[in-house]
Design a protein around this ligand. Structure first.
Ligand SMILES: [Cu+2]
Length: 190
C-alpha cells in the first residue's frame, strides 16, 4: 500500500564501537564493516588515497567497499615501487614519484597487504568489504558509523595483528535499533 512508508528518520541508527585487545587496551587500526542481512549489499564504491611519505604508507589500514578506486601518491623525493601478492588484489606500481595516473580498483573482498620493493619496512593494508558501511578505529580505539537503516547486520572486522594469519575478516551478528554502543574485543587470533 502506498503511503505506508515510515519516516526514514525514525529508522535511523548509528553504531559507536570501542575496539580493545584482550587486556582492554584501545586498539587502533581495526577495519570494520556493516553488511545488511537479507538484502544484496548496496555497493557504494568511492575513492580513497594511501600516501607514501617519509618512507611510510599512510594510513596503515584502509577499509573500503568493493569497487573502491585507491590512488597511491608518492610525496617522497625517492621513488617507491608498490606491490601486492594478495589474492584479493595482485598488482604493482613500478618505480615512481608523484601520483600514478590510474588508481587501483579493489574489486574483490578480502585483505590486501601492500609493500614497497625498495623499502622492505613499508607496509599497508586495505580491507575490502562486500558491505557499504566501513570504518577504521582511531588512536583511542573508536570508530563510529552513522546514518544506518535500522536492521540486522553482520559486523565484519579485521586487524593487522592477524596479518600473519587470517586473510579474511571475522564476523558477528549485530541487531541495530537506534543508536548502539558496542565493545569489540580483538584477540591475537580470530
Ligand atoms: Cu619505497
Amino acid at each position: 500500500m502506498l503511503g505506508a512508508l515510515a519516516s526514514p528518520l525514525a529508522l535511523a541508527a548509528s553504531l559507536a564501537l570501542q575496539v580493545v585487545d584482550e587486556q582492554g587496551r584501545a586498539l587502533e587500526h581495526a577495519a570494520v564493516a556493516l553488511r545488511p542481512v537479507g538484502e544484496a549489499p548496496r555497493r557504494t564504491p568511492g575513492t580513497a588515497e594511501i600516501v607514501q611519505q617519509g618512507k611510510r604508507f599512510m594510513p596503515l589500514v584502509t577499509a573500503v567497499p568493493v569497487g573502491t578506486a585507491v590512488s597511491f601518491p608518492n610525496r617522497d623525493t625517492v621513488r617507491h615501487h608498490v606491490y601486492s601478492f594478495s589474492p584479493a588484489k595482485t598488482f604493482e606500481l613500478k618505480l615512481y614519484i608523484g601520483t600514478p595516473a590510474a588508481p587501483v580498483v579493489f574489486d574483490k573482498p578480502g585483505v590486501v597487504v601492500m609493500g614497497c620493493n625498495i623499502h622492505d619496512a613499508m607496509v599497508a593494508y586495505v580491507a575490502v568489504f562486500d558491505a557499504p558501511w566501513v570504518g577504521v578505529s582511531d588512536a583511542a580505539g573508536k570508530v563510529r558509523i552513522d546514518a544506518l537503516p535500522a536492521g540486522d547486520y553482520q559486523l565484519e572486522y579485521w586487524h593487522p595483528r592477524w596479518a600473519g594469519g587470517a586473510a579474511e575478516p571475522a564476523r558477528m551478528p549485530l541487531r541495530l535499533r537506534g543508536d548502539a554502543r558496542q565493545t569489540l574485543v580483538i584477540g591475537a587470533q580470530p
